[in-house]
Design a protein around this ligand. Structure first.
Ligand code: SF4
Ligand code: ZN
Ligand code: ZN
Length: 310
């Protein structure tokens, strides 16, 4: 039997990157420490905040909800408003919505559901079917999904009157994003990520906060399981189209052979941001001429541009 590195009780998890194993209680403490570390380093939750929590029904969003509740209780006088964007992916997101509802109920929150259908008149399944009927250059499903989900989320956050939105990005997600940007030759994109209060917020948006930034994906799943929070485990039917999947598989493989490389990559990303300055990239937003949402480039926003091409 493997024992807890901290107290000697029976371990529930081994963490090769830390050369440590933890019992249930010590693992929960280890998780909380990293949430408090993120809060301290990036100034996430403050007294008087109204925080929209972007949930998806997956393991990260259950851990995120719990973490925001924890930080909200520490800060005091914080409103917590979970919101889920239903893209309309049959057999996948519909099941995840049920799990999100259960997790919200268990933690005492009411879930708001926004959707592609309400915001854009079409589900993602309908958008992809329309894309496939067209000839010419085709964007991957995840390009539509990412852009439209961001737009639908921004709209929902505005309607909820929140001053911050919490995202469930974990340590693996950030390491993947960093490597994806390097592999695409778009290293400058790494400086666009606004993490600290000093990074400021693009006009027309609310600040995005990421309390799970120091927690590996596997530990988000374990934490949610140990807390008895519901989450949906299925894979999105479009995930095979994603470049992220290739990078994720590569990093998981490398991590198994060389424990610690994912966290090293994350730390390199954070160190690089510090070295080159965190606010080297400033977005200039103006309202989209078609929908009024903030557009960072041309006359119309990316969401309207994608929908117009269908
Ligand atoms: Fe959307 Fe792609 Fe994620 Fe599926 S895998 S939910 S299409 S971003
Ligand atoms: Zn222990
Ligand atoms: Zn628009």
């Amino acid at each position: 039997m493997v024992s807890c590195f901290n107290c000697g009780k029976k371990a529930v998890v081994e963490l090769p990157y830390a050369s440590a194993s933890f019992c249930k209680n010590c693992f929960l403490e280890h998780f909380k420490r990293r949430i408090r570390k993120a809060n301290k380093e990036f100034g996430l939750v403050r007294r008087g905040d109204s925080i929209a929590v972007a949930v998806s029904g997956g393991k990260d969003s259950a851990a995120l909800l719990w973490s925001i509740k924890y930080l909200a209780q520490m800060a005091g006088n914080v409103e917590v408003k979970p919101v889920l964007v239903d893209e309309g992916i049959k057999g996948y997101r519909d099941k995840a919505v049920l799990a999100a509802r259960q997790a919200c109920k268990k933690l005492g929150f009411e879930l708001t559901v926004a959707s592609f259908k309400k915001s854009f008149g079409k589900t993602l399944d309908e958008i992809i079917a329309a894309r496939d009927r067209k000839s010419g250059r085709k964007e991957g499903a995840c390009s539509y999904c990412g852009v439209l989900r961001r737009a639908a989320l921004d709209q929902a956050v505005k309607e909820l009157g929140a001053n911050k939105v919490a995202l469930g990005h974990n340590a693996d997600d950030l390491a993947q994003t960093f490597l994806m940007n390097l592999l695409r030759g778009e290293v400058v994109r790494n400086s666009r990520l606004r993490l600290t209060e000093d990074d400021g917020v693009a006009e027309g948006f609310v600040r995005r906060i990421r309390p799970l930034i120091f927690v590996p994906e596997r530990e988000c799943a374990l934490f949610s399981t140990l807390q008895g929070l519901s989450f949906h485990l299925g894979a999105c039917p479009y995930s095979g189209e994603a470049f992220r999947g290739t990078v994720k598989d590569f990093l998981n493989d490398a991590e198994a052979k060389h424990p610690g490389i994912k966290l090293n990559l994350l730390n390199s990303f954070l160190a690089l941001r510090k070295a080159v300055g965190e606010t080297t990239y400033k977005r200039k937003e103006k309202p989209c001429e078609e929908c009024g949402r903030p557009s960072s480039g041309g006359r119309v926003c990316k969401a309207c541009e994608l929908l117009r091409r269908l």
